[in-house]
Ligand binder design. Structure first.
Ligand SMILES: O=C(O)CCC(=O)C(=O)O
Length: 317
């Protein structure tokens, strides 16, 4: 009998080979306008101290304080775009906070996620994870070179054990950056570094090395999305002179939920505290299937929370 041969999608092949893949112009102009208005409105609230879930300048990893720094250095991120307490963000005639909800659970995002998760992934395997936003700080700021879930102190052997190797092994989550403005150049990464421990040169480099050998600046225009392996060696470089409005999300696969590591990566952001209160009824406008898909994804996140209590934090700083 002939053997079934399966081929990864071109996006998956690129993710496996390079650790990231960019899809251009995912959004329609009207989706961009709506999301941009909602994002600007939420960012203004967060900068004014009226939305407590923020990433503050000077601190790279969670937990973050709930008000912007008193020295005026600002915030570099806004957390929890699916939070049930999000206030109305847009004028009555535009789609309000549901803009974020509809994007996170949209067929465009989820169909890409399904291509990047294990072969054969269906809606019933997907897990709701994180949905945040990265924004311009009020002072120059940068993140050090890091992998999201492996500390910089890890030995080469520890890195090898914690990376999913070889790169063709299935991944149980996928992470994305979707820019709502042109010329986002904040994400800098070393292509292919998700497949190996750091080289001696990378280990010896300054944590804020501006020119790491082989580094690549990911360039996104409005509506472009980069999906990447969050254990690729990467950093964020932020200018207070350049607007940034980048939606930052992740989607999981149910097979990864029993792993304490993934649970920690997701739950350290505090989603467990509010996820059960989310109202997905607006998704019903697109048909019951969309709402049910989201409910299923939420349920699998809640289950992950129940199975993994007191997860702590992935990285310090
Ligand atoms: O700003 C970015 O795109 C990267 C963010 C990042 O590395 C992080 O949140 O750990």
């Amino acid at each position: 009998m002939a053997q079934k041969t399966s081929y990864p999608s071109p996006l998956l092949r690129e993710l496996q080979e390079n650790g990231f893949t960019v899809i251009r112009s995912l959004l329609t102009p009207s989706e961009l306008t709506t999301l941009r208005s909602a994002a600007d409105s939420l960012t203004a609230l967060a900068r004014a101290g009226s939305w407590p879930y923020i990433r503050t300048v000077g601190k790279q990893f969670p937990p973050w304080p709930s008000s912007p720094p008193a020295d005026g250095s600002g915030i570099w991120g806004v957390q929890h775009l699916l939070h049930p307490d999000l206030p109305p963000l847009l004028p009555q005639d535009m789609e309000s906070k549901n803009a974020f909800l509809k994007l996170y659970f949209s067929p465009s995002i989820l169909s890409i996620a399904k291509q990047l998760l294990p072969e054969g992934t269906t809606d019933d395997d997907l897990v709701m994870e994180l949905f945040n936003m990265l924004v311009r700080p009020d002072k120059e700021f940068a993140l050090s070179w890091h992998r999201d879930d492996i500390p910089a102190t890890a030995s080469a052997e520890e890195e090898r054990q914690r990376l999913v190797l070889p790169a063709t092994e299935p991944r149980y989550h996928t992470q994305w950056n979707l820019s709502l403005v042109d010329n986002d150049t904040s994400l800098v990464l070393v292509p292919k570094s998700h497949t190996r421990p750091r080289t001696d040169e990378e280990r010896a480099a300054d944590p804020f090395e501006p020119d790491m050998p082989g580094q690549l600046v990911v360039e996104l225009n409005a509506g472009d999305v980069a999906f990447y392996d969050n254990n690729i060696l990467h950093r964020g470089v932020y200018s207070c002179r350049k607007e940034r409005t980048t939606l930052h999300g992740s989607v999981g696969h149910v097979a990864g939920t029993s792993s304490g590591k993934r649970a920690r990566n997701v739950l350290q952001h505090g989603v467990g505290e509010w996820v059960e209160r989310c109202d997905f009824s607006a998704l019903g406008e697109r048909g019951e299937e969309a709402r049910e898909r989201a409910e299923g994804m939420r349920e699998r996140l809640v289950r992950m929370g129940r199975e993994n209590k007191d997860v702590g934090f992935s990285l310090d700083g």
